[in-house]
Design a protein around this ligand. Structure first.
Ligand SMILES: Nc1ncnc2c1ncn2[C@@H]1O[C@H](COP(=O)(O)OP(=O)(O)O)[C@@H](O)[C@H]1O
Ligand SMILES: [Mg+2]
Length: 471
């Protein structure tokens, strides 16, 4: 049982007991005590900007929840939890980690699942960066597991070779084929091979961030891609399904797709609805109050959600700030300090609305103004981090050189070269995780990895360049 297993184990139990996932400070306590038995509540509090009393309180409540009859049913304490966890965990098979924080989008999911179980062969999800395309595709994949037990994922955020042959080779080896070096260079052979394979076998192929294999004008770099989609959409039958995410709708794909309306579907993703926004804040650990209470915090959250039009990434980094030091979840305190920024966003969104009178133009402007607002939001978060926790800021910008997800070790090594001791290294990593500036993932090999969202990474890279230029 490693630390992530322990956190997941506790999370499952706490969720069953309280209907809420492990909170940030709860996770912190488990993580740090698990990794270092010598730590005290005081040292955890100090390293993470909490008071000792607060951490003590969170800790004792956590052990109580875990000790409940319907949870572990035995006394769990700071001293014995590791032993108890391991003993109990070994008695049950480990549960796979699924993103249990996924919020909303229920009717879209139901509609699209029905389509993919039906005739729809190619589904393309579009929307600006951070709007939730990857998360949505992941959710669809999980739902479709029963129909398509084998899924193959290609993510162009991390994959450098965009020519058809290398990607086709990747898909084929992913589906268990063995390729010779000659095969790998023969585009036509790979093409025939792959389309036959997909036609006759039920694979779920997920192509994430397709925009990276498009040229500026929205056409494919490699004409084989066009052939590929043309073939699969016009084939008499095709047992596989393809889910694509992309920031823009590829022009060529649109033209091909429109010829086969029953076999393809195009779904632009928008931000969360009002209700989903509140649900999202709640899942992230904020106290949203109830419908009846007209509390300030609920009103502020609604305004924050609306100002960013329910954009998940923007809301996520804001939540990260509210949860962390010095606000510790106080929405009102956050608003007092930064409410003026939200008001400014509200204002500029309002101006855009007035300026654009045609619907189409409005949509365009709206999108780009939201995009600007989101990037601006990320910039602000970076600046604050640089002030509040400089080491975390340095780690964040150095981390941008990893264009693909990496193990924790990469981060620890960098932090070590920055001269940080072990405890501080964990504290930095936790800060970045808590503020949602790095995301955790489990890859196909069940390895625990860290990654930066594209938008976060883009901003981080800019900061890194500027810092090198001495700005
Ligand atoms: N429905 C959702 N529920 C909870 N979190 C979400 C949801 N959609 C997106 N997110 C979160 O928002 C961030 C951006 O989402 P992502 O899927 O990476 O966007 P995109 O692929 O469009 O750039 C991620 O941290 C993701 O976990
Ligand atoms: Mg994505």
């Amino acid at each position: 049982m490693n630390v992530e297993d322990a956190i997941n184990f506790a999370n499952t139990l706490v969720q069953q007991q309280t209907d809420k996932p492990l909170s940030t400070p709860q996770t912190l306590i488990i993580r740090q005590l698990w990794l270092n038995r010598e730590l005290t509540y005081l040292s955890i509090a100090l390293a993470n900007g909490y008071t000792e009393d607060y951490i003590k309180q969170v800790g004792s409540k956590l052990w109580k929840t875990l000790s409940a009859k319907t949870a572990l049913g035995e006394k769990v304490t700071q001293e014995n939890f590791k032993v108890v966890f391991e003993r109990r965990w070994n008695l049950q098979p480990p549960t796979p980690i699924i993103d249990n924080h996924f919020v909303g989008r229920e009717s879209e999911i139901a509609t699209l699942i029905a389509k993919l179980r039906g005739d729809c062969r190619v589904l393309i999800l579009t929307g600006i960066t951070g709007i939730g395309k990857t998360a949505f595709a992941g959710r669809l994949t999980a739902e479709l597991l029963g129909n398509f037990p084998e899924s193959i994922k290609i993510n162009f955020d991390h994959y450098q070779n965009t020519d058809f042959a290398s990607v086709a080779a990747l898909i084929l080896t992913g589906s268990g084929e063995i390729l010779t070096p000659e095969d790998r260079n023969n585009s036509q052979l790979l093409f025939n091979w792959i389309v036959t394979r997909l036609e006759n076998n039920p694979y779920l192929l997920v192509i994430d961030s397709l925009e990276f294999i498009l040229k500026g004008n929205g056409d494919f770099h490699d004409e084989y891609w066009e052939k590929f989609f043309n073939y699969l959409l016009s084939a008499n039958s095709c047992r596989s399904r393809i889910i694509i995410t992309s920031q823009d709708l590829p022009q060529e794909l649109y033209i091909i797709g429109s010829r086969y309306p029953t076999y393809w579907h195009y779904e632009p993703l928008k931000g969360f609805t009002d209700i989903e926004q509140l649900e999202f804040f709640k899942q992230a650990g904020l106290d949203i109050g109830t419908d009846l209470d007209k509390s300030d915090s609920r009103t502020y959250l609604k305004r924050i959600g609306a100002a960013y039009e329910g954009h998940p990434l923007a809301l996520r980094v804001i939540t990260g700030e509210i949860i962390s030091h010095p606000f510790h979840g106080s929405i009102v305190a956050y608003w007092k300090k930064y409410g003026h920024e939200i008001k400014k966003v509200e204002q500029s969104q309002e101006e855009e609305k007035v300026k654009s009178d045609h619907d189409e133009m409005r949509l365009d402007r709206y999108t780009s103004s939201l995009q600007r607002a989101v990037k601006d939001r990320v910039e602000k978060t970076f600046k604050r981090l640089a002030n509040d926790v400089p080491n975390a800021y340095f780690m964040l910008i150095f981390g941008s050189v990893y264009s693909y997800p990496v193990g924790e070790n990469f981060y620890f090594n960098t932090l070590e070269t920055l001269g940080l001791g072990e405890e501080d290294q964990y504290a930095v990593l936790n800060t970045l995780r808590d503020r949602y500036l790095i995301e955790e993932m489990i890859d196909d090999n069940n390895d625990y990895l860290l990654r930066q969202h594209n938008l976060i990474r883009t901003v981080a890279l800019e900061h890194l360049k500027n810092s090198k230029n001495g700005k």
